[in-house]
Design a protein around this ligand. Structure first.
Ligand SMILES: Nc1ncnc2c1ncn2[C@@H]1O[C@H](COP(=O)(O)OP(=O)(O)OP(=O)(O)O)[C@@H](O)[C@H]1O
Length: 437
């Protein structure tokens, strides 16, 4: 390695020392100059994000991570370097990065390194791939890449390391349970249990014995002692689903449990100490229920410490294609790939989805039974589903789906037309309308 003359350029020497220091860090890190050039990359970065034969040094960070020709903020995204400059300190953002494995959700943390005069000498960027959500079709877990989905995921990432109770708000079928599980997995309690309590439809007595357990002989039928779900969640996460349905009389016991961690088994005298991270969810308007006296105000403030709004599916139509591919991966028997015609996809994108992702899953499960050749067409979708309105969004989605299909296809036009459920002439006409390529 070339020796640096410290007296000649102390700033350069400081940068070299910084790069050498980061070489021993286990997490992927790069050093950037204020003009977005990558000055150094540690071995962890090269292992995780480097591509054989593609040098990263001297490249622009936005080119390597996003394949953009301009910085992220000029491409409509949050640029941590710009924000860091505005804030005069570190910044964090969740981005979708191109990696050798495909697009991935990556947590980016940027810290400015200042010279003695307080000028930015360089930035250190730490990258951390989010493992519990996918930006590509995935057979399991959360998937999504729309801005509203990313905002919810970013909140999840920020709160996960803490012990703060989280309240997930969203319509039925928006993935509250999936988010709760992802939160648990992203938290330091991931090695502990994840326990789901469905609070809907439980009477007060049943709720108490389910949650706190009971002693032998506590009531008729209590032949043996039974631990409650709070005890089962020891060291892990307790997920209270449909929190708005907790009976009023139980709310006070729940509040005591959350505030002091203390509870008693039904029929027991001993106060036991709970140890769980609380995640609650509801599709009900809790604030209104408080105003109407149907939900305790003190409990509401306690659980509402960190609310996360989960978007309805109609607010993220750009995620539908990704969700469809993911659900079809889940539903398809091994080895039989299923796909949709662009027209069928456009119809799904135009529907309002009151039942959200669950409804989408059900529609696809049904359609699959009709798609004998593995291709789901419009006629396989329920007739009540949005009738292909020529909405600009739906039309554009249809065109995008077509382009996507063309780009990934290596066979002849004839076989491509057959796969898409179009006549060869229609395919030719549609491609012509999309441009010379
Ligand atoms: N972002 C997502 N990515 C992949 N699958 C999803 C996503 N969101 C929801 N799902 C799927 O949709 C279905 C409904 O999700 P989930 O049960 O988590 O919703 P919920 O909001 O808890 O519903 P409810 O309020 O009725 O309990 C599940 O099959 C889940 O796997």
């Amino acid at each position: 390695m070339k020796k640096v003359d410290m007296n000649a350029d102390p700033a350069l020497a400081a940068l070299q020392a910084l790069i050498a220091y980061l070489a021993h860090e286990g997490e992927p890190m790069i050093v950037l100059d204020p003009a977005y050039n990558i000055l150094g990359a540690n071995p962890a970065y090269r292992r995780q994000f480097g591509r054989a034969g593609e040098p990263v040094l001297g490249q622009k960070c936005y080119r390597v991570s996003h394949h953009y020709d301009v910085p992220c903020d000029q491409a409509g995204e949050h640029c941590p370097m710009r924000r860091s400059l505005e804030l005069g300190g570190p910044d964090r953002v969740l981005h979708i990065h191109h990696t050798p494995r495909g697009p991935e959700h990556v947590n980016v943390e940027l810290r400015p390194i200042l010279d003695p005069q307080g000028r930015v000498l360089a930035y250190v960027e730490r990258l951390c791939t989010v493992r519990h959500a996918s930006a590509e079709p995935s057979a399991e877990g959360l998937v999504g890449r729309s801005a509203v989905f990313m905002a919810a995921l970013e909140s999840l990432q920020r709160v996960a390391p803490s012990m703060l109770p989280v309240l997930l708000l969203g319509e039925s079928g928006t993935g509250k349970e999936l988010f709760a599980r992802a939160l648990h997995e992203a938290s330091p309690r991931a090695g502990g249990p994840f326990v789901v309590v469905d609070c809907s439809g439980l009477s007060e007595a049943l709720f108490e014995s389910e949650l706190f357990g009971y002693e032998k002989g506590a009531f008729t039928g209590a032949h043996a002692r039974k631990p409650g779900l709070v005890e089962t969640a020891q060291g892990g996460t307790l997920f209270l689903d449909e929190m708005g349905d907790v009976p009023l009389a139980m709310q006070v016991k729940l509040l005591r449990l959350i505030e002091t961690g203390g509870y008693r088994r039904v029929g027991g005298l001993e106060t036991r100490q709970a140890d769980f991270r609380l995640v609650a969810a509801t599709h009900q308007p809790l604030a209104r229920m408080v105003a109407e006296g149907r939900f305790r105000e003190d409990l509401y403030y306690r659980i509402n410490a960190f609310p996360i709004e989960l978007p309805a599916l109609r607010e993220r139509p750009e995620d539908i294609a990704l969700l469809v591919d993911s659900i079809l991966k889940r539903e398809a028997p091994a080895g039989v790939p299923l796909s949709l015609t662009p027209a069928a996809l456009a119809r799904l994108q135009a529907h309002a989805w009151p039942g959200n992702v669950r409804e989408l899953r059900n529609v696809l499960e049904r359609a699959r039974l009709f798609a004998d050749d593995g291709l789901i067409r419009v006629e396989h979708l329920p007739s009540g589903l949005a009738r292909t309105p020529v909405l600009p969004a739906a039309k554009q989605a249809c065109d995008e789906a077509l382009l996507h299909a063309v780009q990934g296809f290596t066979g002849t036009r004839r076989t491509l037309a057959a796969r898409l459920g179009l006549s060869e002439r229609t395919l030719y006409r549609r491609l012509k309308a999309l441009g010379p390529d």
